[in-house]
Design a binder for this molecule. Sequence first.
Ligand SMILES: [Zn+2]
Length: 206
Amino acid sequence: MMIELETSLHQFNPDHFGTINDFLSTSDSNERDTLMLACADHGTAPDNVSFAGPNRFFILQHLAACVPRPKDNEIDNSFGAIMIGFENFDIRHAVVCGHLGCGIIPNWFKNTKIRDPIGLCDRFRSTTVKAVDEAYPELTDQDYIERLICEHTIFQLENLQSHPFIREKLDANELKLHLWVVNDQTAQVLTYNPHCGDLVPIGEMR
Ligand SMILES: [Zn+2]
């Protein structure tokens, strides 16, 4: 299974992405070399989806794996935890991980009276929902929710790479980006392919 996406929504440099081979070829060390940004309601430990020892991961879980943009830092300082990961470990891979069984995103979409003290739901509505409604007007029900989840996760990766500190590491080839979306029921992992702009089974992108 793959998920075709509207390519115009995202702007990435494909050179900034790693493949599963890049990821596995550096897995012999016991060092934590991978920053994983996952959702707080991911049902199992998100590193269970990986293909390497759990010692590799420095995992931060936040509501819907949200990553603030540089201009969001005043209301959501979760980028500080990301910086701590880079300061303490030799991070070579950054994985933003979404999941199709997410309960937070459907709630943010359906529940208009939600408590939103740090503005994450607001940001979700003004970015992801707006973009998905424009790009995929034909989708309904579960297809629509899954598309919200996928696009939201990709927007978080864009947010991550928009920080100058991250951008410098990408341009210096010291860091590779990965985007995974896990199917909670099958444990299949889809990954973002920056060349075609779709989500493809992770084993197909080498
Ligand atoms: Zn979730």
